[in-house]
Unconditional design. Structure first.
Length: 460
């Protein structure tokens, strides 16, 4: 037996702090994974609705539904998985889960478990409340809790039922994963960049183009960097609030190391290749598919604006690129630019008005689907025996549809935000030019006033 996940279910920002807990319970109790709820057990109920209401009422009873900091733990989620060749049955997995919960929690906490048999290996999900039903105490899971409390229980159950015990890492570095990290591991990895990556790349490019340390610093000033050169070298690119000491960027980026790299550049003859940002193959595939469907396809000015911004960011380090500093901050959002461009072309959205209309339509679809799902839940709760499985399947379809609508709505909203940011950026040079003219006018006026004052005093 192997415990593959130990997760803490945290508070959800918004009106319902226990939304994550609710989503977790409805997932582990899905009919298609538990043979219509046959392999669901625990002391909190036999359906996700009852289990969720029980845990929520218990929190309300003890006044621990949330906290001002917004970081209240709503529950815990453990998962026990069994090897495919161990020959364990669903009934035995239920019995192991029951004994595990009894040994770890006793009757102090509400818990629910569900055995899933929809994969090649049987696995059990265990979710329990964070608040004790006896005294309102919070369940604590400190560091080394795995070795101190959970490991002895799992080892004892493994020996009792003849299962292979867990092979533990002596370093003790097993850690629970955040949901975002686990979900990101399921998706194909997309390129992402941080300010540290951008500054490192700028230093590499400056070393390649500079013949001396003074020319190196001048390169950064031309690129609109704030440079502070003393015992340490600190750089702050335009768009970032705080400077960064180059020594913190890693080996080879301290002040002395940079000077040494500049001196040794001519001796080593290292070939420099400028770096690109983003995945050009994805954009090529989008255009290829679009041209296959519409051979005479041409981008609208609205779509061209996104393509120009993405292309300038992708090849920001291309030799001869002018005013590259304007697109440096876009490197942080190059994936958003790529997704927005692909979305506009795929959905044939050619104007800002069409994008706003699509956002409104998605909001209406989201509200209609949510109402439909709530109506189906009311019908199911009134009479679960009347076509209960069919109603649950319809509810699952509504959930899938709602998830797809939310994903598109988020993408459309981010696309519109990128558009508004681009519009504001285009206004900034005009505003800066106006401010500069006004500053020059004030400076000339002050100078003339001082001259008149000097002449007046001389005449006296």
């Amino acid at each position: 037996m192997a415990v593959t996940r130990l997760l803490r279910i945290k508070e959800t920002p918004g009106s319902n702090p226990a939304a994550h807990l609710k989503k977790n319970l409805f997932y582990i109790c899905r009919p298609d994974k538990t043979v219509d709820g046959l392999y669901i057990g625990g002391n909190a109920g036999v359906s996700p609705e009852i289990i969720y209401d029980t845990m929520k009422q218990n929190k309300r009873l003890w006044g621990k539904e949330s906290n001002p900091a917004g970081n209240c733990t709503q529950g815990f989620h453990y998962m026990l998985s069994f090897p495919p060749d161990c020959g364990i049955s669903e009934e035995t997995a239920c019995q192991i889960a029951q004994e595990f919960c009894a040994a770890l929690l006793g009757e102090r906490y509400f818990y629910a478990f569900a055995v899933h048999n929809d994969r090649s290996h049987i696995h059990t999900h265990i979710t329990f409340d964070s608040v004790s039903k006896e005294d309102g105490a919070i369940f604590h899971s400190p560091k080394k809790d795995w070795e101190r409390r959970i490991q002895p229980i799992t080892d004892q159950l493994c020996r009792k039922y003849g299962l292979p015990t867990l092979q533990y890492d002596p370093a003790g570095d097993r850690k629970g994963m955040q949901y975002q990290d686990w979900q990101a591991g399921k998706r194909p990895e997309k390129p992402s960049y941080r300010w540290y990556d951008i500054i490192r790349d700028d230093i590499d490019q400056a070393i390649h183009e500079a013949d001396s340390y003074e020319a190196f610093l001048a390169w950064f000033r031309r690129e609109h960097y704030a440079v502070r050169d003393g015992k340490y070298l600190s750089l702050r690119p335009e768009g970032r609030e705080r400077p960064v000491r180059t020594g913190r960027l890693g080996k080879g980026y301290g002040k002395q190391e940079i000077c040494q790299r500049i001196q040794e550049k001519g001796l080593l003859q290292v070939e420099y290749r400028y770096r690109t940002y983003g995945d050009r193959a994805v954009i090529k595939a989008v255009f290829y598919q679009k041209v296959q469907r519409a051979p005479h396809f041409k981008m609208t000015p609205f779509q061209k604006e996104f393509y120009r911004r993405w292309n300038n960011t992708y090849g920001i380090r291309k030799p001869g690129r002018k005013q590259a500093w304007r697109y440096r901050k876009d490197i942080l959002e190059v994936q958003k630019l790529s997704d927005a461009l692909a979305y506009l072309i795929d959905q044939e959205i050619g104007t800002p008005e069409a994008l706003r209309d699509r956002l409104e339509a998605l909001e209406q679809e989201q509200q209609a689907t949510r109402r439909q799902k709530d109506l189906l839940w009311k019908k199911y709760r009134r009479n679960p025996e009347d076509n209960g499985l069919k109603k649950l399947q319809e509810i699952e379809k509504c959930k899938v549809t709602l998830r797809d609508i939310r994903q598109e709505h988020r993408l459309a909203r981010e696309t519109y935000q990128l558009f508004t940011e681009s519009q504001e950026r285009q206004k900034q040079p005009i505003q800066k030019q106006t401010e500069q003219i006004e500053n020059d006018r004030q400076h000339q006026k002050s100078c003339s006033d001082r001259e008149e004052g000097h002449i007046w005093k001389t005449d006296r």
